[in-house]
Design a binder for this molecule. Sequence first.
Ligand code: GSH
Length: 239
Amino acid sequence: MIYELYYWPTIQGRGELVRLALEEAGAEYVDVARQPQGVAALMRLMRGEEGSEGGIPPFAPPFLRVRGEDAIIAQTAAILRFLGPRLGLSPKGEDAETARALVDQLQLTVSDAIAEAHEVHHPIAASLYYEDQKVEAKRRAKHFVAERIPKYLDYFARVLGDKEWLTGALTYADLSLFQLLAGLSYAFPRATAKAPASLVRLHDRVKARPRIAAYLASARRLPFNEQGIFRHYPELDEG
Ligand SMILES: N[C@@H](CCC(=O)N[C@@H](CS)C(=O)NCC(=O)O)C(=O)O
């Protein structure tokens, strides 16, 4: 089984949530847009010029194609919902439908937090530069830092309790929570320094998993940067 991941080649972005799941599972995958002519291939699929006959083109990356299978799946949470049981990162079987929905619920909450982290530096429009919306970004950041980061982190700490993983066993939602914590620590180090200790421990447990550790040390893991979702603008971390 070979998976093709389609995502922008120069940022971690939302593609990273899918990458972490594929890496943890040791799955065979191609990060298509990082290959020669890969971005052009991504654009063709997104425009519907290629792909499954009569299929649904994705609105935006990330999206996933399984070689030899017809469908292209977009939306990070939907991709992970699809991959979870295949990769052993969410419960399998008909009787696990509710358990899978709970993992999905957690994943969608991570997605909400990530969307808000992006809107801090782009509160008016994604098509405008940060420099063109700095005043609004500063206002938005004040609320994100004071209210939203603590609310999201306290929620995940409450779900985690004294368990090792959010739902008991490791799922893709734990990997995504790791990425949320890593991203927030990069973008808002001052605000995230107050993260609950149990979440820091979860972050460190994910980071130490052998395949994840090998991935993080490899060239496949791009560094955070100021083109991505989590951007470090010190003025936005002040609160
Ligand atoms: N809800 C989608 C959001 C997808 C998304 O916003 N993708 C970004 C990159 S991270 C993009 O390229 N968006 C283009 C656009 O929205 O026009 C998901 O979670 O996958």
